[in-house]
Design a protein around this ligand. Structure first.
Ligand code: G4P
Length: 284
């Protein structure tokens, strides 16, 4: 599902988050492992004050494993629980459950000291659109989630999915809004295909991607297209168009078509597992 964001959307999403977050103890925040910075919403830090925080690096199957290692360490150092997950395949879900158990244990110990009796810990999944929230919930809650789904009318009140005797999950994820004011963020979200907003046209996006690949993944373009990585990104795109037969009438190269081809191939991992951000100054 794609979202067109406008201020009304954002206000509504924020209000929902503010309401729901009051009810919960743990925020399970999904980010895309290829762009853990750009797919993260900074407002959540304020909204989720005093909550346990678990960051899920989702879609790890698409990301560069070495960079995922760095991001995992980065967020751990900041005090988050962190898990790397492929929600489609369900890998990493066991680790998520283990981490939540840790948080539950901490919480229960704290509650006990204050004389609060046993009560289940409540969790909520949150993230920007397309980061994989529904897929994650299905994987995480399995049959329990399937049972509660598709019941129009019943969803008026809050629905809690019982994960086990200690943990309940809110069945509707919190939708967060991306940081659209930052151009670089918009570009990366568009490159991975997570937003439809046309911040640039296709060939311009492809040119940006080529510049990035030349620098961060030298050899990736050459090994896929047999095109030398010298000269400007625009020239390289023209060459890809030629090699792949993206031509207009009169045998002029069609760089829009070549751009689309490159973006498609990047998104479907034909260029390998590539992450667009590393946890250093560049990505902030
Ligand atoms: P959302 O609720 O946060 O909006 O995301 P949703 O679960 O709908 O997932 C968005 C897309 O990402 C889905 O693709 C889903 O299958 C895919 N996805 C989710 N988790 C993972 C993962 O860990 N690895 C990979 N490779 N993909 C994942 P879609 O519906 O098939 O296609 P499309 O319409 O987005 O192209």
């Amino acid at each position: 599902m794609h979202f067109q964001w406008y201020p009304g959307h954002m206000t509504k999403a924020r209000r929902m988050m503010q309401e729901n977050i009051k009810l919960i103890d743990i925020v399970v925040e999904l980010v895309d492992a290829r762009i853990p910075y750009s797919s993260k919403n900074p407002d959540i830090d304020q909204l989720a004050q005093n909550k346990y925080r678990l960051i899920i690096l989702n879609k790890v199957d698409m990301a560069d494993p070495e960079l995922t290692d760095l991001w995992e360490a980065y967020y751990k150092e900041k005090g988050f629980y962190v898990a790397r997950v492929n929600s489609q395949k369900g890998s990493g879900i066991r680790e998520v459950k283990k981490l939540i158990e840790q948080a539950v244990k901490e919480k229960k110990d704290r509650d006990k000291k204050r004389g609060i009796l046993n009560r289940p810990v409540r969790a909520m999944v949150a993230g920007i659109p397309n980061v994989g929230k529904s897929t994650f919930i299905n994987s995480f809650a399995g049959k329990a989630a399937a049972k509660t789904g598709n019941k129009p009318g019943v969803t008026k009140g809050k629905q809690w999915i019982k994960i086990n005797k200690n943990v309940e999950l809110l069945d509707t994820p919190g939708i967060l809004w991306p940081k659209f004011e930052d151009q670089a963020v918009g570009l990366r979200l568009a490159l991975i295909g997570s937003i439809r907003e046309e911040i640039l046209n296709t060939s311009e996006m492809a040119v940006e991607l080529i510049d990035f690949l030349k620098k961060e993944y030298p050899g990736a373009i050459f090994s896929r297209y047999n095109v030398e990585e010298e000269g400007s990104a625009h020239m390289i795109l023209e060459e890809i168009a030629r090699v792949r037969g993206c031509l207009m009438r009169g045998s002029q190269v069609d760089i829009e078509k070549a751009g689309l081809l490159l973006l498609d191939e990047f998104r479907s991992l034909r260029l390998g597992r590539i992450s667009l951000e590393r946890p250093d100054i560049d990505s902030r």
